[in-house]
Design a binder for this molecule. Structure first.
Ligand code: DP6
Length: 340
């Protein structure tokens, strides 16, 4: 029996940064994102004698996974089995599996392929487990996604999705929750990628050192209020409020990153130039557009349909940069089941 699932990245408005348990990827605070409708990643899983994984890029070319990444995949699978045992679904997953990953997420575009692939794998594991026992809930599948990448938990659901950090160290203490579905608000993400360089320190290492920042405690204490405001802005479709709270949170996360030991300064001169030009442009032309940045110099411009043509045109003017566009997506799903 094989199961194939598909998923997409998401873009966070209230950022996830720092864990209370790194092994289980239990976050220190809540986060909130928009699930994107593209690019996608597909994951196929089936029972096997030994754990193995094959990954293919956009062109269908096989890309061997570095050892460290293979360990991460195996870790997600082992934690998924532990979690299913806790749910009384011991037989849910076979002892070992073969995994095939087909990613259509262009490398280094500042859209987390890890969120897409680890949500797709969680969905595929749930598909296998569903054959043996009961169907898992979206919340349970989001817990499995979290074992692979914290942000992947959010891609299990469509539209506007929160992660409730919860408390304590139980394996399922943190999970995703849908705030509004993908039809709620027609927003777009225009992604401007100034640099194609591989980032030196990835999110996983960064999360583990967030506590070394003197600003981290204050950030964690500020998030519940910000999360609430962000949810409120989404439910009321109040773009001005959404802009204010998202940008405040993005800058706050980057201040934490910069003041960590060692310091992580992901934003470049180009990032700052784009931010300043967008600030001027939206003031002058009254455009509903906000910016946000993750662990890299890439700028995500989230805008309404009315602002889209102007933001698209601005992005096009950025000669030599890679541009990517996405809408709001529906989250991960199983696309096929086969004998095998
Ligand atoms: C800055 O989910 O990529 O994009 O669990 O170590 O894979 P790992 O981290 P990841 O962290 C994402 C961090 C962020 C902010 C966000 O997406 O919320």
């Amino acid at each position: 029996m094989s199961v194939t699932a598909i998923s997409t990245p998401n873009i966070a408005l209230i950022k996830y940064w720092g864990n209370r348990n790194n092994d289980l990827r239990l976050p220190m605070a809540d986060s909130l994102s928009i699930t994107l409708d593209k690019p996608s990643a597909e994951v196929t899983v089936e029972a096997a004698e030994v754990f193995s994984i094959q990954t293919f890029d956009e062109q269908g070319k096989e890309r061997p996974l570095p050892e460290k990444e293979q360990v991460r995949w195996r870790h997600q699978f082992e934690l998924a089995k532990n979690y299913l045992a806790k749910l009384d679904l011991q037989e849910g997953l076979p002892p070992n599996i073969h995994v095939i990953v087909r990613s259509h997420v262009p490398p280094r575009i500042g859209l987390a392929s890890s969120a897409a692939v680890f949500s797709a794998s969680a969905e595929a594991y749930a598909g296998l487990a569903g054959q043996q026992g009961r169907k898992l809930t979206r919340k349970e599948i989001s817990v499995i996604a979290r074992f692979g990448a914290g942000s992947a938990a959010r891609s299990i659901l469509g539209g506007f999705v929160a992660i409730d950090a919860g408390t304590g160290l139980e394996i399922d203490a943190a999970h995703a929750r849908q705030i509004a579905d993908e039809k709620h608000w027609k927003l777009f993400n225009i992604v401007i990628i100034p640099s194609q360089e591989e980032k030196k320190v990835g999110s996983t290492e960064g999360h583990a050192l967030a506590h070394t920042s003197p600003l981290f405690k204050k950030r964690v204490a500020a998030i519940p209020k910000r999360q609430k405001e962000c949810i409120d802005a989404i439910l009321k479709k109040d773009f001005e409020k959404l802009q204010y709270v998202s940008e405040e949170d993005a800058f706050d996360m980057h201040a934490v990153m910069r003041s960590q030991t060692p310091s992580l300064d992901y934003l470049s001169g180009e990032t700052h130039r784009i931010l300043s030009e967008i600030s001027d442009l939206r003031k002058k032309e009254h455009l509903e557009v906000l910016y946000t940045m993750d662990a890299g110099p890439t700028v995500h411009l989230i805008c309404t349909e009315a602002a889209l043509p102007r933001i698209r045109a601005y992005a096009k003017e950025q000669k030599g940069y890679t541009i990517f566009e996405a809408g709001v997506g529906g989250g991960s799903q199983v696309i096929s089941k086969g004998a095998g």
